[in-house]
Design a protein around this ligand. Sequence first.
Ligand SMILES: Nc1ncnc2c1ncn2[C@@H]1O[C@H](COP(=O)(O)OP(=O)(O)OP(=O)(O)O)[C@@H](O)[C@H]1O
Ligand SMILES: [Mg+2]
Length: 352
Amino acid sequence: MDSMKKAHVVAPDAPVRVRVESISKRFGTLTAIEGVSFEVRQGEVLGFLGPNGAGKTTTVRILTGFFPPSEGTVWIDGRALFESPKEIKRQIGYLPEVVPLYTDMKVSEFLDFAAAAKGVPRKFKKTKLKEIVNRCGLETVQNRLVGQLSKGFRQRVGLAQALVGDPKVLILDEPTSGLDPKQIIEIRGLIRELGRERTLILSSHILPEVSMVCDRILIMNKGRVVASGTSEELEASLKDTQEIYIVMGERHRKDEALGFLRALVGVEKVSVIDERSDQVSLSLTVSKNQDLRPAISRLFVSREIPLLEIRSGRLSLEEIFLKIVVSEAALQEDKAKPEGEKTEPEKGTGAS
Ligand SMILES: Nc1ncnc2c1ncn2[C@@H]1O[C@H](COP(=O)(O)OP(=O)(O)OP(=O)(O)O)[C@@H](O)[C@H]1O
Ligand SMILES: [Mg+2]
């Protein structure tokens, strides 16, 4: 069987199946997403990662033609989605966040119904549905009512429904939410397999999930794409930033230490993490890929301040995700300051 690792390389000349050009969506005065752009190639698995309310579902719904963007365009196979939505929609399989299943239908009836809705020709229907049922591991529940299935099996039925009609593009919104750990592993395995053959977009707020399943990740926060790349690229982009952790003695000399540490070339930020008895714990954010530990220890030694502990750590992808999300939040708060507190006063509004 397939190994747990993702990693299949998407051919650089693989055709672009989905192209999203600067889409925004407003609900009244609320801007749910703004200026979101990306491309997904055939055979590529793209993951949207973001906290609650980041705009993942809104983006996904626009991609499926559920509602149009307020601005911007979605191109599926080079054709604008909202110019010929019906035909294009047939190329998209969609597993919504909340799967709208017809609970009083048998699994087989429900899939039959989905096949009719997607216009699957009668002569292929039986074989195609059999294939999907096997693939999603639904053989044993075909004759059971959808409403009586466990959450995991219902999710599989949702996935099966999305696969009906052989869509070129598969969009899954939080496909593993609410599943138990065993079901999660099974569904992830299935997703990885499905992603080999088509274009797959999935949303999740679980970082290990996207880094495990996806070739490329878009991190969303507050309606914007704040970072994108492979998980390796995302890690590398912030690898330049290191964290150095220091514990010093002689707490009364804290300000002196803060002064010379902040003056050190390469140090971006020094924060006090903890102060107790005669000790202070500090965290330094260091830009560039250099090891400042020798320089730092020399400074402490020359001033005869006890350096009780010093160690450096690279940021994990999880920390990077948090850092991006948290620093973005700080940025937004700054933007939300009242007019009087802004540094640059607004100029005239007239066009020029
Ligand atoms: N139909 C709607 N009407 C009004 N506001 C909406 C609507 N749909 C979404 N929003 C708002 O848009 C923002 C983005 O929501 P969205 O559901 O896209 O986030 P999400 O990333 O999918 O979050 P979650 O992880 O909780 O599913 C939120 O502030 C939400 O309240
Ligand atoms: Mg959502």
